[in-house]
Design a protein around this ligand. Structure first.
Ligand code: NAP
Length: 556
């Protein structure tokens, strides 16, 4: 139970990040409490319960590495874990570590204000909780602020309106229903085949056609699982020192230095194997070179033409206006095949935009669609949205929303100048959504835990990223992105899905391993780029007072 005593640390969110952060700090002897708007643990996997919701990271490495016993005991049944499996996993973590007692659930944080006289944060929730703490750690996820398009008339719809990112706890039965799905990103692409299997009729409203690769999900072989579990420490090590948090070896071959037949064979093999290695495991330059990228895009467009029977529908489904991989590549199970079903139709919103939502359905410029259910698979105000929604005010009462009017300014994606003692797990400017999330979350949590231990050991109470360090890092984030094809596409990585949002590349694409080294170097250098008050006395670089060295400590 939360008893309103002043705390060392408040954490917000009870997904992978919040659970580990609270555990880690509790073990380090800090007084810490978490607030979570959901009624239980799970974060992303609490809210995204839509049909077909499943993780695109394979189950072997979509878990914590700091719980070796659970790692061995947890059943690895399917290649990709479904939403219920991941939620069960996080519930098990919370039980084993006895974490629920350190959280208040059903508590939506609406204001976090820094008191400059006391050097403390005050936090308020919509439900009336009040807390004060020296430090605040946000663990609110990157994709937790749902994007609800403002179609005229939406509130008047008499049927059921649902958003994939805010799905009800009870399963929704689509049997006999006329259903619309608006949006064909990773969420829509997972939900559409499953809803099509239940609904009387499904109409997919597509604004931008998406490339998607078969997931090739299925049961895992027992021998494979046993071998994997025996070698877990090595797989984890490889994941930490990889580009994207996956323990696979990227290709070193250019798509342009092999013959047409070799290229096709590589794509065909990756398509058959399923998964993200279609991009990273085939050729090294698909994300960097337009000509190389086009070879992969042409391959997928040809697959769409092969799979989809109606040539007009196939044509509408072919993505043409962005390089493959610049929008997050979804993995699917029978997505393109679903458009061969008699009960599925496709509406191209570029040709016939939505005019309004009516009480009975959706009216486009081509006519009215009678509906019982509208599923908004319209994505999220990514990375900055969940943080700005917390009502954070730093020095001088400045709102984070105002500080980031031109785009987020962060140091390492974990700290913001003008907002002392605030840490943002997987914040903008960190690898976050471009990586296997648990790997990046563990790195941030451990780095923050080490930082707070170092401060305590050095008598520091306030730590704040300098404006200069944040400006330098933010420039670096943009420069690295500019080497890739990403800025050529209007994506949520660029803030392009939210009207009025500044167009900057939000995550850090320099790689998980490089990023980890960078953060470790900052810590080893006495937290260079941060101002610390009271300033620690100069001391030789080495062991901290609590016996840990900044940057290399791990829990259990
Ligand atoms: P998304 O990728 O942003 O896709 C949203 C879709 O809605 C897009 O097709 C978008 O069209 C459309 N849309 C948005 N506003 C619209 C409007 N006003 N009118 C018509 N269409 C509109 O969102 P998401 O599918 O929820 O996925 C977001 C991210 O979550 C993914 O990229 C991924 O990182 C993560 N995710 C992961 C998994 C997984 O691991 N399995 C599953 C789901 C999601 P435009 O393209 O034209 O904007």
């Amino acid at each position: 139970m939360f008893d309103a005593e002043p705390l060392d640390v408040v954490a917000i969110g009870a997904g992978f990040a919040g659970l580990y952060m609270v555990y880690r700090l509790r073990e380090q002897g800090f007084s810490v409490h978490g607030f979570e708007r959901g009624d239980g643990v799970g974060g992303t996997w609490y809210w995204n319960r839509y049909p077909g919701a499943r993780c695109d990271s394979e189950i072997m490495f979509y878990s914590f590495s700091f719980l070796p016993e659970l790692e061995q005991e947890w059943p690895l049944t399917e290649r990709y874990p479904g939403q219920p499996d991941i939620l069960r996993y996080l519930e098990e973590v919370a039980s084993r570590l006895d974490l629920r007692k350190d959280f208040t659930f059903g508590a939506e944080v609406t204001a976090i204000e820094f008191d400059e006289a006391a050097d403390r944060w005050t936090l308020r929730t919509a439900q009336g909780h009040l807390a004060t703490a020296r430090y605040v750690v946000t663990a609110v996820g990157c994709l937790s602020a749902a994007n609800q398009p403002g179609f005229p008339g939406a509130d008047a719809f008499q049927g059921l309106s649902l958003h994939t990112g805010n799905w009800p706890r009870e399963p929704v039965d689509f049997t006999g229903k006329r259903v619309a799905v608006i949006g064909t990103g990773a969420s829509g692409i997972q939900a559409i085949p499953v809803i099509a299997g239940q609904a009387a009729h499904l109409t997919v409203f597509q604004r931008t056609a998406q490339f998607t690769i078969p997931a090739e999900n299925g049961p895992l072989d027992e021998q494979f699982v046993a071998l994997w579990k025996r070698n877990y420490p090595e797989w984890r090590r490889r994941a930490r020192h990889s580009a994207a948090g996956f323990p696979y070896t990227p290709s070193i071959t250019s798509a342009l230095e092999v013959s047409e037949a070799e290229r096709r064979a590589a794509f065909e093999a990756a398509w058959g194997a399923g998964g993200f290695t279609f991009l990273s495991g085939t050729f090294r330059d698909l994300a960097l070179d337009e000509e190389a990228n086009k070879t992969a895009a042409d391959f997928v467009r040809a697959k769409i033409a092969e799979i989809v029977h109606d040539p007009d529908v196939a044509d509408m489904l072919k993505p043409r206006d962005f390089p493959i991989g610049t929008k997050r590549l979804p993995l699917d199970t029978n997505y393109y095949e679903t458009f061969n079903r008699q009960n599925v139709s496709l509406v191209d919103l570029r040709r016939t935009p939505v005019e309004e939502i009516t009480p009975a359905g959706i009216r486009t410029t081509a006519g009215h669609h009678d509906l019982d259910v509208i599923v908004y698979a319209t994505g999220f105000d990514a990375l900055t949205g969940p943080l700005e929604a917390l009502g954070i005010r730093g020095r001088g009462g400045q709102a984070l929303r105002d500080a980031w009017r031109e785009g987020p300014q962060t140091y390492l994606g974990v700290a913001v100048p003008g907002f002392p003692n605030l840490f943002t797990i997987t914040g903008p400017g960190s690898p976050s959504v471009l990586s296997n999330m648990p790997v990046s979350i563990e790195q941030h949590v451990e780095w923050i835990g080490d930082c707070l231990a170092w401060l305590r050991g050095h008598g520091g109470e306030v730590i704040e990223a300098t404006g200069q360090a944040a400006a330098g890092w933010t420039d670096h984030v943009q420069q690295v992105a500019s080497v890739t094809l990403h800025p050529k596409a209007a994506t949520w990585y660029m803030g392009a899905n939210i009207p009025g949002k500044p167009r900057v590349f939000l995550p850090y694409i320099g790689g998980v391993s490089n990023y980890r080294d960078h953060c470790a170097a900052v810590a080893a250098n006495g937290y260079g780029g941060f101002a610390v008050f009271p300033a620690p006395a100069p001391r030789p670089v080495g062991k901290g007072d609590d016996g840990t060295r900044p940057g290399d400590g791990r829990a259990a």
